[in-house]
Design a protein around this ligand. Structure first.
Ligand SMILES: [Zn+2]
Length: 333
């Protein structure tokens, strides 16, 4: 047996080739060249919460050069080191996106709906996959009763529009946090944000995506049962109305954290780091500690929109930091 020395590992294919050549009865060549698939498998994963069947739907993931101020309160080198420690592509950061579909038995509820397919350029095809992955999961967009937004950032909300601008989920009631709606639709707030390119774009995006459907949007408050077994929980800071959800059925529950953190490799390991996208980073930091202290104490299952697919795990306390323990793939549900 080949010893697993570094020399052999680095020599790789060349060494393996040489070994094959020396074998007197080498295996015959493959009978036919099989074309490579060239595309990823569909991204959906089913799990149960009590009697509810839930599906994590992958909207894709985006890798982009780490912006200088992706983490606002530490030097870029520290953020780069965190990316490298997580084996992200060199100099880049990878952010996944994962809406959740909850089948309560009576209602089909989609929590957040991804980037949409009309609204991305830097990594064409890598995001905006919610509709195709719903289709792969056998879900007709017309059968979705409720689209429940955690907040009004583009990666969570733009998927309500199909590529041609029509409603992607034509029969769904669209529910948004009242506080986020109030914030992002205020002309006063938009005017104040004109000097901040990112915020300016966020305000313009809400206006564009919700144009013509403003009156059809249902606004919800915190601490309410917004759909059967789904309670809205205040988790502000990331945005003023940013909301997490507790989904309960029988004696089981999950915490849908939305964006309490962005990617866990950065912000769960370093809960005091401020991601560029937080509207109120100090409040977001406080929310993060409160939320994860509770989740860790309760050993609760946490679903994170920006966790690696299927985006479900347990959060443990690790000194003053936290650690995500992802669930194992379950072949049965
Ligand atoms: Zn997000």
């Amino acid at each position: 047996m080949t010893d697993l020395s570094r020399r052999h590992l680095l020599a790789g294919v060349a060494a393996a080739g040489a070994a094959t050549a020396l074998t007197p009865f080498a295996a015959p060549a493959a009978r036919a060249a099989v074309p490579a698939a060239g595309a990823q498998a569909p991204g959906f994963y089913r799990y149960k919460v009590g009697a509810y069947e839930c599906t994590s739907i992958n909207d894709g993931a985006r890798s982009f050069p780490l912006p200088d101020t992706f983490v606002k309160n530490v030097p870029k080198e520290e953020a780069l080191a965190a990316a490298e420690a997580a084996y992200m592509p060199k100099g880049m950061v990878t952010v996944p996106f994962n809406p959740q579909l909850i089948n309560t038995g009576g209602k089909l509820v989609l929590i957040d709906c991804g980037n949409g397919i009309a609204n991305f350029e830097p990594s064409k095809g890598a995001v905006g996959r919610t509709l195709q992955n719903l289709a792969a999961a056998g879900v007709d967009p017309k059968s979705i009763d409720v689209v429940l937004m955690s907040h009004l950032h583009p990666d969570h909300t733009n998927g309500i529009r199909a590529a041609d601008g029509s409603m992607a989920f034509p029969n769904a009631e669209i529910m948004v946090p009242a506080k986020d709606w109030e914030f992002w639709t205020s002309e006063d707030n938009a005017a104040k944000a004109q000097s901040n390119e990112m915020m300016k774009n966020y305000f313009a995006n809400v206006k564009k995506i919700y144009a013509g459907i403003e009156s059809k949007v249902t606004k919800y408050d915190w601490g309410k049962e917004v759909a059967p077994g789904i309670i809205s929980v205040e988790a502000s800071g990331h945005t003023p109305g940013h909301t997490a959800f507790v989904v309960t059925s029988n004696n089981s529950k999950i915490l849908v954290q939305s964006d309490v953190t962005n990617i866990p490799e950065f912000f769960l390991r370093n809960p005091d780091w401020h991601v560029a996208y937080d509207v109120d980073p100090v409040q977001a930091q406080a929310t993060r500690h409160k939320f994860y202290d509770m989740a860790a104490a309760e050993k609760a299952l946490v679903v994170g929109f920006h966790f690696t697919f299927p985006s479900i795990g347990h959060v443990e306390k690790d000194g003053t930091k936290y650690r995500l323990v992802p669930i194992a793939w379950n072949p049965v549900i």
